[in-house]
Design a binder for this molecule. Structure first.
Ligand code: RFL
Ligand code: PHB
Length: 389
């Protein structure tokens, strides 16, 4: 087999890159370790920046998104029983939209299928070979059969646990990591959202987030110990704890119902440098992870896709490699800003096990400054709606 670009990973990064390239006549093969149903069962991001909306439009895939996405002009921040609002629209002129990662991924799978573009599910033992040499290729196994695909480039879009990053020799990559001492317990429930905008809450009992997917589907999160499992949190206990972390006027209006999904995610900040090794280019979670507090993971994956898509297009259409050469530096410059913002949001809103009285007063001052200072609000809003690319 031969393909111009082999894409490892059929998550949102891999599928979006694949579809954008397909539309420019650049052929791709996508290799995915799991089944389509499994990928679509993972409940992840909910907030899209305009940059990702624009990319979906560029890919010709924004019709359902434009019909179903909910526009959010601001968000609420609650602390110590009080709350204030950050008005994205007034501060930046730009809103964010609520449209689940599951829906983005479904639109991308449907498009790939309609285009009849190759995608192999349940692949195993993927190896990326000779990306530094003259005959880059990828080998993998599907069932009993061993395959080889020769290619020009490999896009490593296989998430944090993938093989792509590991292909870069240890001596040639630097990894920067911060692991937070708590996780997020997430619950999806077929109930109307508590509020028309998101509520991020810092409470003495820990962080809570009220989000949504649509008018009849809510997504809630609470900070929990890393040692907890979803079985430790029967629905009634979850709703009780969520209520206790929200300002009273919201807690009273919370509509509860059975959870349709419940999972715990650890929180981590992580960056791998560089994001390029020879003809291998890393994209999305394969190269970097943010704690979900700033809603930046999927959106940062999208900016990587944008840079790599344009660089590959310039290579194939203009014979120009400046974009490929600048890819890692360009992508990392934006990634680090998203890392900083997510780290800042996480620190401001969570309770840490070792937090001293001093730390708590600093956190309270940070929140009060944000509540009272329009420049601080503008900086927060610019980061939340997404820095330009
Ligand atoms: P993914 O989605 O992990 O996809 C990688 C794919 O690669 C496959 N794979 C392999 N395939 C072949 N061979 C191998 N060896 C392979 N190893 C792995 C995997 O099966 C998978 O299908 O990475 P991608 O495409 O880079 O997308 C990144 C996003 O998924 C991620 O950043 C976001 O979900 C993060 N995130 C959020 N991001 C936002 O922008 N806004 C949000 O509101 C937001 N909320 C969240 C989040 C992530 C969360 N969790 C669970 C970590 C909320 C949560 C709770
Ligand atoms: C979500 O809806 O899943 C969501 C929203 C905002 C975040 C994280 C997750 O910061």
């Amino acid at each position: 087999m031969r393909s111009q670009v082999v894409i490892i990973g059929g998550g949102p990064s891999g599928l979006l890159l694949g579809h954008l390239l397909h539309r420019r006549g650049i052929d791709t093969v996508v290799l995915e370790r799991r089944t389509r149903a499994h990928v679509l069962s993972r409940i992840r991001a909910g907030i899209l920046e305009q940059g990702l909306v624009k990319l979906m439009r560029e890919a010709g895939l924004s019709a359902r998104l434009e019909r179903e996405a909910i526009t959010h002009d601001g968000t609420c921040i609650a602390s110590d029983g009080e709350e204030f609002r950050i008005d994205f629209k007034a501060l930046t002129g730009v809103p964010v939209v609520v449209y689940g990662q599951t829906e983005v991924t479904r639109d991308l799978y449907d498009a790939r299928e309609a285009a009849d573009a190759p995608i192999h599910f349940e692949v195993e033992d993927v190896e990326i070979l000779d990306v530094e040499g003259t005959r880059p290729h990828v080998t993998f196994r599907q069932g009993e059969t061993q395959h080889r695909i020769d290619c020009d480039f490999v896009a490593g879009c296989d998430g944090f646990h993938g093989v792509s990053r590991q292909t870069i020799p240890v001596a040639r990559r630097r990894e920067f990591e911060k692991v937070y001492p708590f996780g997020w317990l997430g619950v999806l429930s077929e109930t109307p959202p508590i509020h028309h905008e998101l509520i991020y809450a810092n409470s003495p009992r820990g962080f809570a987030l009220c989000s949504m997917r649509n008018a009849a589907l809510s997504r809630y999160y609470i900070q929990c110990p890393l040692s907890d499992t979803p079985d430790d949190w029967p629905d009634q206990m979850f709703w009780g704890e969520l209520r206790r972390r929200l300002p009273a006027e919201h807690a009273e209006t919370l509509v509860i119902g059975p959870s349709v999904e419940k999972s715990i995610a650890p929180l981590r900040s992580f960056v791998c440098e560089p994001m390029r090794w020879g003809r291998l280019f890393l994209c999305g979670d394969a190269a970097h992870i943010v704690p979900p507090t700033g809603a930046k993971g999927l959106n940062t994956a999208a900016s990587d896709v944008h840079y790599l898509y344009h660089a590959l297009m310039e290579h194939y259409e203009d014979g120009e490699d400046a974009g490929l050469d600048a890819y890692s530096e360009r992508a990392l410059a934006r990634v680090w800003k998203a890392e900083r913002f997510s780290w800042w949001m996480t620190n401001m809103l969570h309770r840490f096990p070792e937090q001293t009285g001093f730390d708590l007063r600093i956190q309270r001052a940070e929140l009060a400054f944000l509540r009272d200072n329009s420049d601080a609000q503008a900086a927060m809003a610019q980061n939340y709606v997404g820095l330009p690319y």
